[in-house]
Ligand binder design. Structure first.
Ligand code: SF4
Length: 340
């Protein structure tokens, strides 16, 4: 039995103050942290309970003066997905949130917790496997010679080939979100592309959060891409499964030319992967099958699959083609199979 100190914070300043001691974790929905603690993977010395905080719009969605929105970190995933401002202005985010987990988990999990959820690599969760650099730094990586179907094809290192499991974060990457945090040194914002880390030689560190920092919200800048957006999640079963590959795509089309494109990939790397190469190929071009296949192939040219997941490269290419086609209205969302 491990003793864990518990403190219930009453406001943001209180929570940050309570988290000064090393080994402290914030607990909100608890849908990942409690699993990790029960599995003997996470060992916090102290839990700071933030579930009842209501200051600074932590449990709300509000419009920002620039035309964007701020989603409070303690909003439940289901509430955020169904909020009018999110549905109308950022349908891509609604789709991604509703593609994640189960209804019960979405009702419990928070936006901040979704950003912080850890990889679903099976060796990370099964302590019977001693080798996992993410769980036990320096112990090795059981996945490198093991089961790799769900693992990375971009940005991996010799120390870890795990992927980030969040659907929401893929949409946030495409939408250029900024994560708002408050810590011992004050408030700051972290662009979503810099929030999650690649594994490098420190796969045990998932994010660029500093010790004691609390996520307070996520800002979405104004977007003109709402009308043409689609989140494609390809998985082994139709629900309650993590993505083999996912694609968040949003477009702005003027005449028959692509004026703006936002594409991000999930299930392929230790962080949501912004597909800037594909975006740049598409901008200014007429959207046709040949151009789309060119963009997807260019994006995946740097992929380095493992022996057990070579199929993911073609899957990602076809996923990009299909997601952009659906976003552009060139293909109905209900039809399976990609034209590539
Ligand atoms: Fe651990 Fe990463 Fe290797 Fe999985 S891929 S066993 S999380 S080090």
């Amino acid at each position: 039995m491990e003793a864990i100190a518990y403190e219930r914070a009453t406001n943001i300043a209180d929570a940050v103050k309570a988290a000064r001691e090393p080994g402290t974790a914030f607990i909100g929905g608890g849908t990942n942290l409690l699993d990790l603690m029960k599995g003997g993977i996470a060992h916090p010395l102290k839990l700071v309970d933030i579930t009842h905080l209501r200051d600074d719009g932590l449990d709300a969605v509000r419009a920002l003066p620039d035309g964007g929105i701020r989603i409070g970190a303690l909003m439940r995933n289901s509430d955020a997905a169904n909020h009018t401002l999110v549905r109308e202005r950022y349908p891509l985010l609604t789709q991604a949130l509703l593609a994640g987990a189960s209804a019960q988990l979405r009702n419990m999990a928070t936006i901040g917790g979704n950003l912080m959820q850890r990889t679903r690599c099976p060796y990370f969760y099964d302590t019977a496997f001693a080798a996992c650099n993410k769980r036990a730094p320096g112990s090795g990586c059981a996945a490198r010679d093991g089961y790799q179907r769900l693992h990375a094809i971009l940005g991996a290192s010799e120390h870890c080939i795990a992927v980030n499991p969040s659907d929401m974060s893929v949409a946030l990457a495409a939408l250029d979100a900024n994560v708002q945090v408050v810590g011992p040194d004050g408030a700051r914002q972290i662009p979503i592309g810099e929030f999650h880390r690649l594994p490098g030689d420190r796969p045990d560190v998932d994010t660029t959060l500093r010790p004691g920092e609390l996520i307070t919200g996520v800002d979405l800048p104004p977007s003109r891409l709402a009308d043409r957006a689609y989140y494609l999640k390809i998985r082994d079963r139709a629900s309650y499964a993590f993505a083999l590959v996912s694609v968040a795509a949003a477009l702005q089309v003027q005449g028959d030319k692509v004026a703006a494109a936002r594409i991000a990939l999930g299930g392929v790397a230790h962080k949501p992967w912004r597909a800037s190469i594909a975006e740049n190929v598409l901008i200014g071009r007429t959207l046709d099958d040949e151009t789309l296949r060119e963009a997807a192939a260019a994006q995946m040219r740097d992929a380095r699959p493992q022996h057990g997941n070579r199929f993911k490269v073609a899957l990602a290419e076809r996923g990009i083609v299909r997601a952009v086609n659906v976003a552009a209205g060139r293909e109905p969302a209900g039809v399976t199979g990609a034209p590539a």
